[in-house]
Design a protein around this ligand. Sequence first.
Ligand SMILES: Nc1nc2c(ncn2[C@@H]2O[C@H](COP(=O)(O)OP(=O)(O)OP(=O)(O)O)[C@@H](O)[C@H]2O)c(=O)[nH]1
Ligand SMILES: [Mg+2]
Length: 423
Amino acid sequence: MAPKAEAKTYEPQGAARFGRVRNSLKMGIVGLPNVGKSSLFNLLTAQNIAAENYPFCTIDPNEARCAVPDERYDWLCNLWKPPSMYPAYLQVTDIAGLVRGAAEGAGLGNAFLSHISAVDGIYHVVRAFDNDEVIHVDDSVDPIRDLETIQMELCKKDLEFLAKAEEKEMREVKKAPNMKISLVFTSTFEKVKKMLEASSFLLPYLPCLPARLPYLEENKPVRGGDFNSKEVELIREKLDNLITTKPVVYLVNLTADDFIRKKNKWLAKIHAWIQEHGGGVLIPFSVEWESKLWDLRDDEDGKKAFLDKTPGVVSSLPKIVVQGFKELNLIYYFTAGETEVRCWTIQRGTLAPQAAGVIHGDFERGFIKAEVVAFPDFRAIATSPSMGEVKAAGKYRQEGKQYVVEDGDIIHFQFNVTSSGKK
Ligand SMILES: Nc1nc2c(ncn2[C@@H]2O[C@H](COP(=O)(O)OP(=O)(O)OP(=O)(O)O)[C@@H](O)[C@H]2O)c(=O)[nH]1
Ligand SMILES: [Mg+2]
């Protein structure tokens, strides 16, 4: 028999190691001025207004929830046709452009940087489109220089955060004279001290953060660093407002022609730069192309003709939203029934009772079991809006408290309401 009772463990990797543990996380759109950030934000939110199953919600002018497009959700809605349908949402924040020197306060830089600090992941928009009418802050189109500028500002800001965290730690150690430093601390301390002599302000972190300063000094993000679990824990605890621990999706804004041709002289260079600077997904898109498509939204024939002209060219917007959601280490499970089909957002690795708690606290407190069918199984078997066929096929599983919920699970929770009173 399969070892069903054994709980699967989940170890986050990369930037996810440093992420905040919450179900509502935000992506922020970051980049130099005039690269197309607000245009992208508007396109993302406008799409939502139009899409039938995806009600749109503006939180404030710079913040919106974008529904996460998902064929599985569409398929479930179509099968059940319930009165209430609720997709998963990604929160997106449009942040004003950063300029060189922002870390020292240029162009209201510090305010913008604090906005970046507040989000959980970054869409880094880079301009690779030529257009004489759209002024570039540095006068010419050079995405590599622009990537460097932004990256440098973020790293400089992180060095400042680091210095502040260190000051705070020093103050606390002074207040607690009984604090003992371990042997490992001392030995590593000596070794690493040599590496990092120039930065005496980092001393308390050295045993745990041997790789840390060189990363920042080389203008590299912390997220790509090689840290053991103790180091990660320390960063999470003491350096929770670092910017360069956050995941980044690089969005390259092309001219419509380049987007259609899927060619641009900068793409390979940008890709190489990303690999050398902590890695990340690159998604080419085009505000110009997406806007043309958007303008044809009420003209079915025109839209079809527009898309037919360039076979294989599709909007990048769904991919951008889906990737952002993924970078935040979020997944969702479905509940599906006659009254509602709904996506419930959780962090990857969440156990069944906590996943149930997203619906209601009682579900978590009174959790008995989860009845689960994986979406692919349901899709392959079900011909009607019911669990009957899935049950008959033996694909309807009973899962307990140790079950790690998987993306796309369709779940019905059993819980005991009578025991749901407060402790
Ligand atoms: N030709 C062309 N123009 C674009 C494209 N993307 C954006 N623009 C134009 O560039 C200008 C700036 O775009 P925004 O989206 O406001 O830029 P932003 O990055 O939000 O700028 P800030 O908020 O100032 O940092 C606008 O006039 C856009 O119409 C593009 O792909 N092609
Ligand atoms: Mg803007």
